[in-house]
Design a protein around this ligand. Sequence first.
Ligand SMILES: *[C@@H]1O[C@H](CO)[C@@H](O)[C@H](O)[C@H]1NC(C)=O
Ligand SMILES: *[C@@H]1O[C@H](CO)[C@@H](O)[C@H](O)[C@H]1NC(C)=O
Length: 424
Amino acid sequence: MPALQSIFIKAYWALAGVGILWAVAIGSLLIPTVQRNALYAHKISTNFWHNVSNPEEFGFAKGQVQPFWLDTSDGERLFCYHVLPLDVYLEHESELVQAVTTGEVVDELESTVGAKLLKRDAESRVVVNFHGNAGHIAQGYRPSTYRSISGIPHTHLLTCDYRGFGLSSLNNPPHIPTEKGIITDAISLLSYIQTSLHHPPSRTVLLGQSLGTAITAASALYFADPSSTELPTNLTHPIPRPASPSTFASIILVAPFRDLPTLLQTYAIAGLIPILKPLRGYPRISKFLATKILDHWRTLPRLSALIRTTSTTKSRVHIHILHARNDADISFRESEGLYQPLQSVMLGEEGASATEERRSIHGGERVKRGAFAYKKVEDAGGRRVVELEVVRYGGHNEVVGWTQVALAVRRGFERGRRVGVDEE
Ligand SMILES: *[C@@H]1O[C@H](CO)[C@@H](O)[C@H](O)[C@H]1NC(C)=O
Ligand SMILES: *[C@@H]1O[C@H](CO)[C@@H](O)[C@H](O)[C@H]1NC(C)=O
């Protein structure tokens, strides 16, 4: 018995120790720099043993990926990739392999062979990928996403490391990534594609994953309505405003969340370490901590604003939410919680309609889509659509490089082509 008792005592102290560590960790998050370091995790990367300037290291063909620097409107330099589709690569292989910019990180993407091929092809399409927090442009499963997209004909992919991530600079105060800073990065890239590469939004798909979905939602809203009150204040000041409201062929959000304070109530790092979940029985402490969150990343209000503004301007919009059912970091319930209010906003319009289908876990039913659960709402003309697709597998990170996302991208361009005919 004494032995058993001492085991209990040890177990008690071990648990208490974990609790104290957790409390200290949560307490330290009240310090803004610590909080933003924890949220963006931009310093955690494999840059030490990987060379992101050499895309061949990540499985790409020589000259298929052109690394370049992008200047933001507020003086940051972002490290970016232009990934060429395989059909374009195959056709111009020797030209690309021998180009003087191959193996270099260029200052001016416009002058490269790849950018010229993008501009020359009247059918070319662009996917702009916004990666999640932590790591660099080629971290983990990210290259598999680029490879998956590069298999789609005529489809170029552009992506950047946000300020402070990877090789990107961090010149502006407070010298740490912030919501406003990262949104500025995203808008700078999208403006560059429109104004310098002369590529239209109607042939551009935005693809975000995890934190990248919040960046995508904010950027999409900016291009539809730069003065929206849902955007950070003074964001518009240094950035060239879009000439007219523009909407992208599709906005694809993989593993999104409604907003950060809500997410943190259930979020667990790598599916293991809960952030605020242990405080569920203590609403006052929870509420207090929630008031200390600096960057809110309010995707739901931003998407609602996007839907309302496109109703006013009568422009098309396509939002595609996709989430793996076995995502251990962010539950697929977040996507359901994001979709449902958007559906309500849409259904408030005359003539709008919604459909849905669902497989059981064993799946024997006859369904039209490969998704596990599928919901869709569209306006009377079918020009404004929101879709939710819950897929069975793919976890939090790997899913972006998998087939369902590549299909979503293709569907997005197809829709854009069909619906956009009358506009171009
Ligand atoms: C990284 O790759 C680039 C391009 O191949 C090369 O110029 C550079 O020297 C490499 N850096 C290191 C540290 O190996
Ligand atoms: C926004 O910019 C204006 C003029 O530059 C300035 O007066 C104001 O304080 C700024 N607001 C915020 C919230 O930074």
